[in-house]
Design a protein around this ligand. Structure first.
Ligand code: FPP
Length: 228
């Protein structure tokens, strides 16, 4: 497979459909999330190979706390295991980990794990993997506006400079799997000029070739940023 990023530097994904993937197989929902982690691994590797500089993945939204306690615990457990088990791979593949959202409000063991992983990968350069954890875009915008106001300047540039993604390239492409067509409070500011790509594929079934298909679709779009 020839892979091309077509100039896309930053790709974000709403990884939806783990529950339905499990249900189709008569498996518990956690099996869908586990398969989802495997898809994350494959897609992050592929993104690096494709020369994509940054990936932002919606792993746990500020609204996901409404899920049953067991499922929240399963998701947090998977996240911890993913960070622990994949740290060596991040080092080998030059992946810099970043976490966006209100992650400092998570349980202290998760926070400690994240802090360690951020530190250990901070020198890596090839791909930035930003994981959105306890993330909501409206919350991010309030925090950015507050931080901008504290400097005495509320402007587009000042708010953009205080977003969680401020040090990342502009968002080029936002993908949502599983057939839902909405943004669900994800990267609302950043998606102002991003191309949106919706696919019926359930997240655990999303393969590097599907990422390539989304990028090929992106390449065919004519991005005018409001101009002619
Ligand atoms: C949506 O599927 C998916 C989530 C709420 C969690 C996404 C998490 C992962 C893929 C695993 C951990 C992530 C990382 C970065 C290691 P759903 O449960 O809403 O599916 P459904 O709509 O079919 O029920």
């Amino acid at each position: 497979m020839t892979t091309k990023n077509h100039g896309a530097r930053h790709v974000a994904i709403i990884m939806d459909g783990n529950g339905r993937w499990a249900k189709k197989r008569l498996l518990p929902r956690v099996a869908g999330h586990k398969a989802g982690v495997e898809a994350v691994r494959n897609i992050v590797r592929a993104a690096g190979d494709m020369g994509i500089e940054a990936m932002t993945l919606y792993a746990f939204s500020s609204e996901n706390w409404k899920r049953p306690e067991d499922e929240v615990n399963d998701l947090m457990g998977l996240m911890k295991r993913f960070i622990l088990s994949d740290l060596d791979e991040f080092a080998a593949n030059d992946v810099k980990l970043k976490v966006i959202g209100n992650w400092r409000a998570l349980a202290s063991d998760v926070v400690a794990l994240i802090e360690n992983a951020l530190e250990r990968t901070s020198g890596n350069k090839r791909t930035t993997l930003a994981v959105a954890l306890n993330y909501g875009a409206q919350d991010e915008l309030v925090r950015a506006a507050q931080a901008a106001a504290a400097t005495g300047e509320i402007s587009e540039a000042a708010i953009a400079a205080h977003l969680d993604t401020a040090d990342m390239p502009p968002l080029d492409l936002l993908i949502r799997t599983s057939g839902e067509v909405r943004l669900s409070n994800f990267l609302l500011w950043q998606s102002a000029y991003a191309e949106l790509y919706f696919t019926d594929i359930l997240w655990p079934d999303f393969k590097p070739a599907d990422l390539q298909a989304a990028l090929d679709h992106f390449a065919r779009r004519d991005r005018r940023y409001g101009g002619l």
